[in-house]
Design a protein around this ligand. Structure first.
Ligand SMILES: [Zn+2]
Length: 202
């Protein structure tokens, strides 16, 4: 589906990457080695206080996270990206906050420790954008299994090397991805690894 690629970026384990997209652009995100979650944020380029909101998406799609054909919605309840292709087991959690230094303190990690929250704000700095908050990310390739009784289990992702998905931008947007550095539980299968981002058109 993604035929004409203008950006191809290898994002090393534990780091993030921010970039601009135009409405209609396709964004392919690849888990290069398997079992690697990707924290994903999107902001309206014309007004970054409008951003992808998991809590606004769930009532719009009547699901816990999008599947093929579904959009992710902003806090103004407008589609910002749409899942158009999914070559993965399709587990893309929308329940949980990005990891941050306080989460690593809670888990007993040695500091400093990279986090998706720091990766978001570093990537936004590179785009000359400053926001005073951290939206909940869309946790791509993330296998937080919710049980019928409301309990959940943090499971290792089922993704294999090369699994990927493609999103279509539904508005001009800034996108940030983070190859999650979580190495204190099963989120990344115990071993954070590299991802790849490609941006282009059909
Ligand atoms: Zn993380």
């Amino acid at each position: 589906m993604l035929r004409s690629t203008r950006v191809k970026r290898h994002v090393p384990a534990r780091t993030g990457f921010g970039f601009a997209v135009n409405v209609g652009d396709l964004i392919r995100i690849t888990d290069l080695e398997g079992q690697q979650p990707v924290d994903f944020w999107a902001f309206n380029r014309a007004n970054v206080t409008e951003y992808l909101s998991c809590e606004h998406t769930k009532p719009s799609i009547s699901r816990l996270y999008p599947r093929i054909g579904d959009a992710a919605y902003t806090n103004h309840r407008r589609p910002i990206v749409r899942l158009v292709e999914d070559n993965s087991p399709g587990q893309h959690d929308m329940q949980f906050a990005a990891c941050d230094r306080w989460r690593y303190i809670e888990l007993g990690a040695a500091l400093p420790h990279a986090s998706c929250t720091d990766n978001l704000h570093l990537a936004l700095d590179d785009l000359a954008i400053r926001i005073g908050f951290t939206p909940q990310p869309w946790n791509l390739f993330t296998n937080f299994f919710v049980e019928p009784d409301g309990t959940f289990t943090i499971k290792a992702p089922d993704t294999k090397a090369g699994d990927n998905l493609t999103l279509r931008a539904e508005m001009d947007a800034y996108i940030v991805v983070s190859a999650c550095p979580q190495d204190m539980n099963a989120t990344c299968g115990g071993r954070p690894s590299d991802i790849q981002v490609e941006v282009g058109t059909a």
